[in-house]
Design a protein around this ligand. Sequence first.
Ligand SMILES: Cc1ncc(COP(=O)(O)O)c(C=O)c1O
Length: 374
Amino acid sequence: MHIDTKCIHAGGFPDNQLKGINTPVFTSSAYGYLDTDVRLYQRYFNTPNQEAVVNKLCELEGADDGVVFSSGMAAISTVLLALLNSGDHAVVQDEIYGGSHAFVEEHFSRLGISFTLTGKEAQEIEEAIKPNTRTIYIESPTNPLLNVVDLSAIAEIGRRRGILTIIDNTFATPINQNPLKLGIDVVLHSGTKYLGGHSDLYCGAALANKELTARIRKTAAHLGGSLNAMSCYLLERSLKTLAIRIERQTQNAFEISKFLESHSKVARVNYPGLESHPGHAIARDQMSGYGAMLSFEPKDMTAQTFMKRLKLIKAALSLGGVETTICDPATTSHQKVSVEVRKRLGISDNLLRLSVGIENKDDLLEDLRQALES
Ligand SMILES: Cc1ncc(COP(=O)(O)O)c(C=O)c1O
């Protein structure tokens, strides 16, 4: 099956009683246990709606098993706590989602886990490895600069050195990038973004092989960040249109990136689909589409001024919805990252991050044009 067909037909839970074509929603928080070995409980991550959507996600990412969480951060924090122990060392890419960065900075030392923040190049990542390194944590394309990490190179380092590799694949989505197929061990998603896709759902996912998923699920049952049946159903429903949404969003983002790159009022555009982007060649090899996120710096105006001039595109936190949204990472996603680190990474105060939706591209281009020129 092709991936767009899998979005619709993979996973799910059959309605054997009424033969309805959708997964029924099983709302019970208490299930019988007599005459069965099965102990169904939402926090054990084994209820029918959880399994229905996990099975679909596994098919999309090429995973053997997975866990769905109540947020992306629940997935990220649970996986890191499941795979790292006191005394271990982690190599962490410095340009990752601000919340993940803050989690590592604020909790690892307290838990006796040491870490090294590195740039995105495979060589830098390998040089940061220590004898007690157990995990390498990366994101690609990155938030908000859209830098690209060579996933096959990182997977090869991990395999050779016996270190688990973990990626946050939120920006790419399973439609544009399948890191497990390139040898990465664990894929994470903030499903709040593209997987949900309608700005009305909080969820997360971790996908891996059976053995790693069992470890993750065990810690997850203790931490308790499980996803309820209604949200599982909503996620399953949203995934049916994931491929078609991402296809349109990716096309729109490509057109917008070209428009912005050629505009005299724009100082810089970051989009891996542009030939001028330093990660373009790697992205072309490892992604099937360049994604729907881009960032740029307007000339001679602040980020706030630009956002207030927009008429159609909304300034909003979060990303990945069917509607185009914009934000300035310095006061939103990366607010918790220190000014020095932001400066080193190149996240300037007037950088704008655009999450491109499925609207008609001409309406989006017109809104951006009038905001740049008015
Ligand atoms: C790339 C990325 N990863 C993880 C997260 C965290 O996800 P959530 O807000 O669902 O906890 C976000 C949120 O913005 C994100 O952008």
